[in-house]
Design a protein around this ligand. Structure first.
Ligand code: BEZ
Length: 211
């Protein structure tokens, strides 16, 4: 069965452009993002890898280690990395796993046989410091991902991990958040000293608590 939110993210050892990666050791106590690419020397993947390299400092700020995967081997990735720099202006600054035998792709269900027997889809797994999967999204090979959305979800996940809140539709960092229904009004007054606004008894907004 496919990996689902709340499942433990499988550990693995694999070669990468940054040397051998022992996944759990590499993540340590950080958050992690593991994302797959269908194939080296392909156009959409080239743009995505340049974008993740550009955003590396944003992931660092969020204590999050990013790891890419493409089913070709590391020698091929090393050849491709020059093209990524030429095409996007950004050097690969995070590990890109080689996975020619599909070991990691199979562990994470990144190959969807009815789409392709040999290429991965564009999977994204966000993994918490407890090594559990917090988010999984799948895009088809033809659609480049929106990594601003991945950052937005990370912000939401990290907020909910620290406070009894969730985030409303289209929320962005800095906007009001929703108090968990498990928190009584009395508790809410204590936990959220900036106050809250009740739209419905089950829908109470409060300013983002960590700002
Ligand atoms: C791409 O990255 O452009 C791509 C890769 C595999 C299939 C389709 C598109």
């Amino acid at each position: 069965m496919a990996l689902q939110i709340g499942d433990v993210a499988p550990d693995f050892t694999a070669e990468s452009t940054a040397g051998t990666i022992h996944f759990y050791d590499y993540l340590g106590d950080s958050w992690g993002i593991l994302f797959s690419h269908p194939k080296d020397f392909t156009p959409v993947c080239t743009t995505e890898l340049g974008e993740v390299a550009r955003l590396k400092s944003e992931f660092d700020k969020r204590n999050t280690k990013v790891v890419g995967l493409s089913v070709d081997d590391v020698a091929s990735h090393n050849g491709w990395s020059g093209d990524i720099k030429d095409a996007t202006g950004y050097e690969l600054n995070f590990p890109l796993l080689g996975d020619p035998d599909h070991k990691v792709a199979d562990l994470y269900g990144m190959i969807h046989p009815n789409a392709s027997d040999t290429l991965t889809v564009r999977s994204v797994y966000v993994i918490g410091p407890d090594k559990k999967i917090k988010l999984e999204i799948t895009y088809p090979a033809s659609t480049g991902r929106n990594f601003q959305e991945i950052l937005r979800v990370l912000d939401s996940l990290q907020l909910s991990a620290s406070y009894s809140v969730s985030t409303p539709v289209n929320w962005h960092e800095g906007e009001d958040v929703i108090i968990a229904t498990s928190v009584s009004d009395e508790e809410a007054r204590e936990k959220f000293p900036k106050g809250f606004r009740e739209v419905k008894p089950y829908l109470r907004f409060t300013p983002q608590p960590n700002r």
